[in-house]
Design a protein around this ligand. Structure first.
Ligand code: SAH
Ligand code: SF4
Length: 332
């Protein structure tokens, strides 16, 4: 809840009480007892009014050898979502959050895509993922909407959560440390360009050829590469920001040097950074992981054309918590 919703729900006599409660909730309080600047009688009244603050519960916790933590949250209606905390060598902690239960986009290489779509998450359910991760691992420095779901199809809830994440009274994250990743929903990209917030944008491309991309990412049938590029040019004109292109590459599909060359050609004159993600295995899908040589050749080709390319670290794979692997326990 934002401040107005809290004020309306709690019917305080003094208006500043709503702000006090908002501060506590935005920073992750899980009970009214923690809210020590409220009078005891007020804390008791609120506890009776709202016996539980959080709507979800942690159903399972899996920790990878590399330190990544994957949580499965059971939501109030029994549905489940996953979120992941990734820690890098510099100790930076990134929360990878889900925006929907399942995903309607059905990308051919993605575990979440095989589940189909159940429903959108509320802003509260998004924030609870953040707080649950942070209560276990401490202060989080970055947030990426790269978990389950297509954030652009639930943009109002994602925006509401970002407003809290970026609020200095709450976690106070800089907008530059928050990334929305989309499969390429053109109206969402334009809406974000025009109305903000000025977070970072990542776009999953997979391939720069319409036939191959449509086969891998059905979204391409309604928003093709030309329309996507126009939207990204508008985004860049409005924001001046470099866009990240995400390239999941599969050894038997889109990992050739010619594929890399096509991407380089397509991306001109956008200002981009390419994040190459060697495909993470999903046993039921018909792809194979690329070899090290394939990944290196792909990246070298991008670099030869002058693009900035990085290879995504494969964190969280031991707990099926890496890119595209979420949803293993969804139906548990
Ligand atoms: N729905 C949004 C947010 C999810 S981000 C989006 O698609 O952008 C998940 C990222 O992981 C995307 O870049 C996607 O292309 C990539 N991905 C999906 N399945 C993968 C897999 N099995 N291995 C590696 N990357 C994968
Ligand atoms: Fe959905 Fe993203 Fe997976 Fe595609 S890659 S199915 S958009 S979560």
């Amino acid at each position: 809840m934002g401040l107005p919703e809290i004020a309306a729900a709690c019917s305080f006599r003094a208006a500043f009480r709503a702000r006090q409660v908002y501060h506590w909730l935005a920073r992750g309080a899980s009970s009214f007892d923690e809210m020590t600047d409220l009078p005891l009688a007020e804390r008791e009244r609120l506890s009776r009014l709202f016996p539980r603050i959080w709507s979800s519960q942690v159903a399972s916790e899996l920790e990878d050898e590399d330190g990544s933590l994957k949580l499965q949250l059971r939501l109030s209606d029994g549905a489940a979502v996953e979120c992941v905390l990734l820690e890098d060598i510099e100790g930076r902690r990134t929360a990878c959050l889900s925006s929907q239960v399942g995903c309607p986009m059905r990308c051919a290489f993605c575990k979440t895509g095989t589940l189909g779509y159940l429903r959108d998450l509320t802003p509260g359910e998004i924030m609870e993922q953040f707080h649950q991760l942070s209560s276990r691992r401490g202060q989080i420095s970055n947030v990426v909407f790269m978990g389950m779901g297509e954030p652009m199809l639930n943009l109002s809830a994602v925006r509401a959560a970002i407003a809290i994440l970026a609020d200095p009274a709450g976690p106070g994250l800089s907008l530059r440390k928050i990334t929305i990743s989309t499969s390429g929903i053109v109206p969402g990209i334009i809406d974000l360009a025009e109305r903000g917030p000025a977070v970072r944008l990542a776009v999953s491309i997979a391939a720069a050829d319409d036939d191959l991309r449509s086969a891998l990412m059905p979204v391409n049938r309604s928003h093709d590469l030309a329309a996507l590029k126009t939207a990204l040019l508008i985004y860049q004109e409005k924001t001046g920001e470099r866009i990240t292109l995400e390239l999941p590459i599969m050894g038997n599909s889109n990992a050739t040097v010619a594929d890399a060359e096509a991407l380089a050609t397509w991306s001109r004159p956008l200002k981009v950074q390419v994040n190459v993600i060697p495909w993470n295995r999903v046993p039921e899908l018909p792809f194979v992981e690329p070899t090290r040589e394939q990944v290196e050749a792909y990246i070298s080709e991008l670099e030869r054309t002058g693009l900035v390319a990085t290879r995504r670290m494969r964190r969280g794979r031991g707990v099926m918590g890496a890119c595209g692997q979420l949803g293993d326990t969804l139906r548990a």
